[in-house]
Structure formats: structure tokens, C-alpha cells
Design a protein around this ligand. Structure first.
Ligand SMILES: NC(=O)c1ccc[n+]([C@@H]2O[C@H](COP(=O)([O-])OP(=O)(O)OC[C@H]3O[C@@H](n4cnc5c(N)ncnc54)[C@H](OP(=O)(O)O)[C@@H]3O)[C@@H](O)[C@H]2O)c1
Length: 345
């Protein structure tokens, strides 16, 4: 039995880890932290977990210095994570960090988009945990930087074409729409019910922090600098991200050609489902699951491809992917605990 802990376990990704791990046959969550729920029973604060985690009590945040678990999920906000992760690694833990703190390899780029980094020495050692693209490195990793939600949908949508050199650099436009759980559980006016219900708007135009993360991975794929125009939108739903990515092709391709390329690239990947030709994904079709559904189209008129992906931001975009990474690191079958049918209706 693998003994795990969750640091920052009372937020949406921590709760989603608890939901998924309750069905994992090889894992036991023995420790979990929260400042606001310190010393409260997890199932009393979150009654939907009753019967699954009886006896599990939230510890205060300082508990991270003294954990029994061999593997720790760190589900803290960025900034807080970089204070905690070095201590966990020094005490011999394997860490899967769900924040942005260890995703960007270049400290200057991190500091330009986020804030000062206090553990820069770990940036090069962290493995970017997108299993479909870096499974071998994840297996050996001590620290996995779990990808961001928007980057997961955008990178999986664009990677095959970019890797094959079929996309003109600087032609990529990524238009993504996310449910409000993407912003975390802490209260804010922007994500409150009255502000969001019945509304639909773009935000952080030209300045969203996931932009350099997407560019980093597409640059690796292209072996040349890739820049993207990325615009996120807030959907009045709790979970799900639909990404529509547009790019100009370097040579003429039919929708059939693009579909064949994607089907080949993701062949054998359980969690990436390429839709049949002419079919496009829907966030309802992946809700509550670790799937990333992808539909492709090539527009002969504009010579652009249109790639659409759908993920559940809390599952493939966060905690499901973290469990997928844990399975790889710990030697479990990669799909263990993650093979549920989406809650489409
Ligand atoms: N939500 C998503 O869809 C999503 C997707 C991918 C990645 N992520 C990333 O995953 C991380 C967690 O996201 P989330 O949505 O679960 O956030 P959240 O709902 O705000 O939860 C954050 C957790 O960290 C604790 N916490 C907050 N500030 C802290 C601090 N300074 N020191 C110690 N504990 C602190 C909170 O509990 P207390 O306040 O009780 O301590 C809570 O348990 C973030 O870095 C986020 O960017 C989120």
C-alpha cells in the first residue's frame, strides 16, 4: 500500500484527489493539511466524503515538515508551494506539485509572469508531468510539476502538429473557456454566483500566466521559439475546459490527413480520445473523468487547422493527471483508479 499525504487538501484539487484516491486500490491517504480546518475531521467538513475517510483529520499547515507519507501531493497556491516542496524533497519524499511553481524551466520567465522564486535550483530537476509526452522522465522523477489546466488542454491539442513541423510559428491562436472551479475554492467577487451565472466573458487578455507554460512545451516540440495568442474565458459552469486552437499550416492538409496524424500520435493513449472525423468534443463528455477528447478540422479556405479539446479542469487538468503521474512514479498500472466513464448527463 502506498502511503500518501495531501498538503493543501481542503481546496478543489485536494478534494478531487480525495474523491479519486478513494477508489484507488493501492493507495491510502494518511495525512492532509489545511489552515482553516485544522483539527477537524475531513468527513465532517466535507460530508460527501463520509464513509471513505473516517478518521482522517486535517492537520495545520506546519505538518508538512513531519509527514509519514512517502509521496506527497502539494495542492497549494503558487508561491506557497516553493516554500514547502524543497523541505519535502530534503526529507526524502517524492512530490507531485499541482501549482505553477516548478513548471517553468527558466527562472527569469517565472519571475516575469509570477513572482520571485526562492527554489530556483529545483526548476531544472522538476519533470513536467504530462504523461502522454514525458512518461519515461516521470517514472524516474522525485519532483513532478503537474501541468496547469489550460496548458493540458492546449498542449495536447497542438503538440502532434507542432512536433511534425506542420504549423507556422507565431500563427497559433488559443481560445479557451473554463468553469469557475479553475480559480480555486477561496471566495472572490469575480467567481461568485451572481457575477458568473448567465455571464460569459474573456479575462486576462494577453496576460494569463499559463501562456509561458504552453509556449515552453510547444517550443520543445517545434525545436524553435513558439509564441501563442492565448485568451481564456470564464464559463458559468463549475468544471470543464473547452479549448479551440487555430493555426496556419506549412503545407496543404485535409481534415482527413490531420485526423490520421492525431490518431497515430495518440494511438494506445487511454486518456486521449481522438473523436471520429467530423465529431467535436464537449465538456459534458469528459466531466468527472481523466479524458482529454480532441476533434480536428482543416479549413481549405483559410489553410488553417482548428483543433478542439475538452478536459475536466479538476481531473485531467489537475488531480486526475496527478494520480496518473503517481501511478507512473509508483509503478502502478497508469490507469489505476482513473478508468471511470464520464458523467455526460
Ligand atoms: N482549480 C483548478 O482547476 C486547478 C487546476 C490545475 C492546477 N491548479 C493549481 O493547484 C493548486 C491548488 O488549486 P485549488 O484550486 O485546489 O486551490 P484552492 O481551492 O484555493 O485550495 C488551496 C489549498 O491550499 C491551502 N492554502 C492556501 N494558501 C495557503 C498558504 N499560504 N499556506 C498553506 N496552505 C494554504 C488552502 O487551505 P487553507 O486555506 O485551509 O489552508 C487549500 O487547502 C494551485 O496552485 C492551482 O493553481 C488548480
Amino acid at each position: 500500500m502506498l502511503i500518501v499525504a495531501i498538503v493543501g487538501g481542503s481546496g478543489y484539487t485536494g478534494l478531487e484527489l480525495l474523491r479519486i484516491l478513494a477508489a484507488h486500490p493501492g493507495v491510502k491517504v494518511v495525512e492532509i493539511t489545511s489552515r482553516q480546518y485544522k483539527e477537524k475531521a475531513v468527513a465532517s467538513v466535507f460530508p460527501h466524503l463520509k464513509g471513505f475517510y473516517d478518521g482522517l483529520i486535517f492537520s495545520g499547515p506546519e505538518k508538512f515538515k513531519n509527514l509519514k507519507a512517502g509521496l506527497v501531493f502539494c495542492a497549494l497556491p503558487h508561491g506557497a508551494s516553493q516554500e514547502v516542496v524543497p523541505v519535502l524533497l530534503e526529507s526524502g519524499k517524492k512530490v507531485i506539485d499541482l501549482s505553477a511553481d516548478f513548471r517553468i524551466k527558466d527562472a527569469d520567465i517565472y519571475e516575469e509572469w509570477y513572482e520571485e522564486h526562492t527554489a530556483k535550483n529545483l526548476l531544472k530537476k522538476a519533470v513536467y508531468g504530462l504523461p502522454e509526452l514525458s512518461r519515461v522522465a516521470i517514472k524516474k522523477a522525485k519532483l513532478v510539476a503537474n501541468p496547469g489546466c489550460y496548458p493540458t488542454g492546449a498542449i495536447l491539442a497542438l503538440y502532434p502538429l507542432v512536433k511534425a513541423g506542420l504549423v507556422k510559428p507565431d500563427s497559433i491562436v488559443i481560445d479557451s473557456k473554463s468553469g469557475t472551479s479553475g480559480a480555486g475554492r477561496q471566495a472572490s467577487v469575480e467567481t461568485s454566483f451572481v457575477e458568473v451565472a448567465g455571464a460569459f466573458k474573456a479575462y486576462k487578455i494577453g496576460s494569463h500566466r499559463h501562456t509561458p507554460e504552453i509556449e515552453q512545451m510547444l517550443t520543445i516540440a517545434a525545436k524553435e521559439k513558439m509564441s501563442v495568442a492565448f485568451t481564456p474565458h470564464l464559463l458559468p459552469v463549475s468544471r470543464g475546459i473547452l479549448t479551440t486552437a487555430y493555426a496556419s499550416l506549412t503545407k496543404a492538409m485535409s481534415a482527413h490527413d490531420v485526423h490520421a496524424l492525431y490518431a497515430k500520435f495518440y494511438k494506445g493513449e487511454f486518456f486521449v480520445r481522438i473523436m471520429d472525423e467530423g465529431r467535436f468534443p464537449d465538456i459534458a463528455g469528459v466531466r468527472g473523468s481523466n479524458f482529454c477528447d480532441i476533434g480536428v478540422y482543416a479549413d481549405p479556405k483559410t489553410k488553417r487547422v482548428i483543433i478542439i479539446s475538452a478536459i475536466d479542469n479538476l481531473v485531467k487538468g489537475a488531480s486526475g493527471q496527478a494520480v496518473q503521474n503517481m501511478n507512473i512514479m509508483a509503478g502502478f498500472e497508469e490507469t489505476t483508479g482513473l478508468k471511470n466513464v464520464p458523467m455526460a448527463y
